[in-house]
Design a binder for this molecule. Sequence first.
Ligand code: GLN
Length: 473
Amino acid sequence: MLIDLPISELSEKLRSKTVTSVDIISECYDQIEAHESKLNSFITLVDRETAIAKAKAIDETIATHASPLAGIPYVMKDAYLTRGVRTTAASKILDSFIPPYSATVHRKLEEAGAILIGKMNMDAWGHGASTENTDYGPTKNPWDQERSAGGSGGGPAAAIAARFCSFGIGEDTGGSIRNPAAWNNISAMKVTYGRVSRYGAIAYASSLDTMGPTAKTAQDCAYVLETIAGVDPYDATSSPKPVPPYTKEIGASSKGKKIALPSEFFGDALDPEIKAAIMEAREVFESAGAEVTEVSLPLLEYGVPVYYILAPSETSSNLSRYDGVRYGGKRSLFTKENKRRIMTGTYALSSGYYDAYYKKAQKVRSLFISEYTKLLSQYDAILSPVTPIMPSKFGELLDDPMKNMMADLYTVTVNIVGLPSLSLPCGFGKTNLPIGMQLVGNMFSESTLFALGHTYQQKTDWHTRQPTLVSSK
Ligand code: GLN
């Protein structure tokens, strides 16, 4: 299939006119027609005629488009405003909301000539790790339809795994780009806090939220990040740091790179199949000349408690605007999980409890920052699992809030500190379910992570494997 090709190759073919964007988009819609009913990855599918008309326009003007993303189809998690295209955050509260303007990321992609084909399923307002906490029905995992596609951005990840599109834009507050990447066998970059504008993103927890690319490979993610990163006058938290040429720097050698392997990350909570896959990945990095050293990061166990004070506190404030008075539907339409978080957050912020919970969590956050900063001053990356468990069966996380939170063990600390992290496929379990790992780097070290990831993907073929659903009719 055309959509299997890397973005760089698709772009060359479009330019040499051996392939048209209409061909690519048609193939995606055929694939969607054949398989979407089994997965439920979309909340809103852009109609075929609209997408084809855009593709035609790009084909006619391809020579004038500088961006390699011109004519390439993408999807967005339904947490970003897209002018004229319904945006719901997977909540009936916004069921009929048609945004009057676009998120900066969407605007940049449109200007590059990329073609939006859909708004994707997620846990409502980003609350969850399994895309079951949605008002639009759960997204099924393309590798096993009795299991979850991960969350909160299960929709975009499943769509890429099922070859419905070339890349996606996700949102990661505590793992929502990385967890679904791991469970669907795709790659994703959770960027440094401030690297990508959040203007037009529906806020979950403002001190943790980041937007980033998800695609088949580290290299494809690099193409997308190069386009969407950078300072934005509409987002005061976006960084003025220049955006490096990620796709040029991705060829950098891994020789001599220092990778830390924190021993606390490989304790009893971790599924043995995931542990084994990451130990194999360690050897791949070593064979590429990297030096992998076991280290200690003792704060890990406080990550989930700190995150589940800070994120609910911030979401209780952010979601108060959907009060049904100024806009949005009735507050009763918030899900059980949404209400649990709003109540926990309101409690943690209320006078008398603020010092005991919110302030204390912020203090521990500072400890995380100093611990990670210290470690990353000596190492180029930390190698870690993405999730402690394999893709969950439906109900497994939804019915057990504690287990649901523990699924975030390895991802949330990264957001607490604001670091970048690249999630990559690194193996399969006995029942053919995918396993992911993450490489966590220093602030703004996306280029280093891409290069390590690219080296790994040149030496392995996990990322090329496809669920059987892709080829079946
Ligand atoms: N699973 C985490 C949560 O429910 C992360 C969600 C996210 O990154 N949006 O908060």
